[in-house]
Design a protein around this ligand. Structure first.
Ligand SMILES: [Zn+2]
Ligand SMILES: [Zn+2]
Length: 458
């Protein structure tokens, strides 16, 4: 009863009750997700942010605060201490740690459960013909024979199953978004992963009426089928957002795997999230590359972090941990440094790249996204706002990096354009926005959203 718990599943009245407990000084410790950073302690002494690199610390809707920034502010104004933990800190935190005068880097020398770091092996997929390399299959056999477990990690971004017309090249896109529909075999539907639109699969090309059409790509379901064919006598389970929509299913799979009732676990990003599985000796990363092509300055950082986090699932309690990374780009820095497990070397070179290209943590960004139903209007408003910003920006030391369609130019029927601002000084971005947004009012039907320090630019 001495702890307050704050998370998004609380009802408003439950939340109020927890807040009152804190305010009245009945509890001395609050545990919670992002918004717990606002816990109304009057004598705050210590803030701990675990897995500091997680994107979920930044709010996805207005106000788009980042818990780390709120923590830093509270630390300064309320005299509290701040401890942040991560095996792969964000570049922002890493820079603070290596250059900051008020920040001390504390390094854990041993793994929590005493296991030693797994050995990491790379397979160059340019020399392989199947989705699963001969090396990975051989290691899986060895691991399963020893009655140990295997995790196969599928980078979600790369696993989609699309419609394709072999006659005219037509691809089936969501009518409301500028993205291809993903085919879900089991449910026999085409789904848009951005707006939830669903359609029946087609067997005739909607454009040229050809029947020479196919569904291709990597689907997690397809991977499951292949693995079942390779290891017919072993118990296999899949952990991803599609298979875990049934309530309680997620916990069931995790428990079954922990207790050894499942031999091979196929999972997407979920398996990277700090779960501990004592019997896992082998982690296979099926498609390490698939995050690299995303048009975002953080794609290297994300790929590296994901590979290190996933690799960390192997051999947490034993000495036989092994990781096999399948890649077409073994020399890409994010992949090469993850293979070496050289966290510092990756950060050092990534910081150089960020400094040279003028991206965070050496600059502050603001992403202004305009959206609306009428494309011409969104475009002309983007031009108008851009001109306005240009009028102020030079004098204030702010640069307009981009003023064009978003990489995802249409979501749920709304056309999206963005203006990306950058400055060496964060206060300059603030001042520019304060002046420009006072002078700019979007017309009806146009929505403007301002994202300071955006985590992604899609
Ligand atoms: Zn066609
Ligand atoms: Zn859609």
């Amino acid at each position: 009863g001495k702890v307050a718990v704050l998370h998004s599943a609380l009802t408003p009245s439950q939340r109020l009750k927890e807040w009152k407990k804190i305010q009245r000084g009945e509890v001395r410790l609050a545990i919670g997700a992002r918004s717990a950073i606002f816990a109304p302690f009057s004598d705050l002494g210590l803030i701990i942010i675990d897995e500091e690199h997680e994107n979920s610390y930044k709010s996805g809707s207005t106000p788009r605060y980042h818990a780390r920034q709120v923590a830093q502010r509270r630390m300064q104004s309320e005299g509290a201490s701040l401890i942040m933990g991560s095996a792969t800190p964000s570049l922002e935190a890493y820079r603070l740690m290596s250059e900051g005068e008020h920040i001390t880097a504390l390094r854990l020398k041993n793994r929590v459960a005493g296991g030693i770091l797994p050995s990491v092996e790379v397979v160059d997929m340019n020399y392989e013909t199947h989705m699963f390399s001969r090396r990975l299959v051989a290691e899986m056999q060895k691991t399963l024979q020893a009655k140990r477990q295997v995790i196969l990690f599928l980078n979600r971004r790369g696993f989609s199953y699309f419609f394709h017309c072999n006659s005219c090249g037509y691809e089936l896109a969501c009518p409301h978004c500028a993205v291809a529909l993903t085919y879900h075999k089991r449910a026999s539907t085409m789904v848009c992963h951005y707006c939830g639109y669903r359609a029946r699969p087609v067997h005739v090309c909607p454009s040229c009426r050809s029947v020479d059409v196919s569904y291709s790509g990597f689907g997690t379901e397809m991977v499951e089928q292949e693995i079942t064919a390779l290891f017919p006598t072993h118990r296999i389970a899949r952990l991803d957002t599609d298979s875990t929509q049934k309530k309680g299913h997620l916990q069931e799979v995790i428990d079954d795997f922990k207790e050894g009732r499942i031999d091979i676990l196929l999972g997407t990003q979920m398996v990277a999230k700090g779960l501990n599985f004592p019997l896992v000796d082998l982690v296979g990363i099926v498609n390490a590359d698939s995050g690299l092509n995303i048009p975002d300055f953080r794609s290297q950082e994300r790929t590296f972090s994901l590979l290190v986090q996933v690799s960390g699932r192997a051999g947490r309690y034993s000495s036989g941990g092994k990781v096999i990374i399948q890649t077409h780009h073994p020399h890409n820095p994010a992949i090469a440094y993850a293979i070496d497990g050289d966290v510092d070397a990756f950060y050092q070179q990534e910081l150089v790249v960020r400094r040279e290209t003028g991206f965070p943590p050496y600059a502050r960004l603001a992403n202004l996204v305009l959206r609306g139903r009428r494309r011409e209007l969104v475009q002309s408003e983007t031009d108008r706002l851009n001109n306005l910003l240009m009028g102020y920006s030079n004098a204030m030391g702010v640069e307009v990096l981009v003023a064009s369609e978003c990489p995802l130019e249409k979501i749920a029927g709304n056309w999206r354009y963005h203006i990306l601002l950058s400055s060496k000084r964060g206060s300059a971005v603030h001042h520019l926005l304060a002046s420009a947004l006072k002078a700019y009012a979007p017309p009806s039907g146009i929505y403007l959203e301002v994202d300071l320090d955006p985590l992604q630019l899609l």
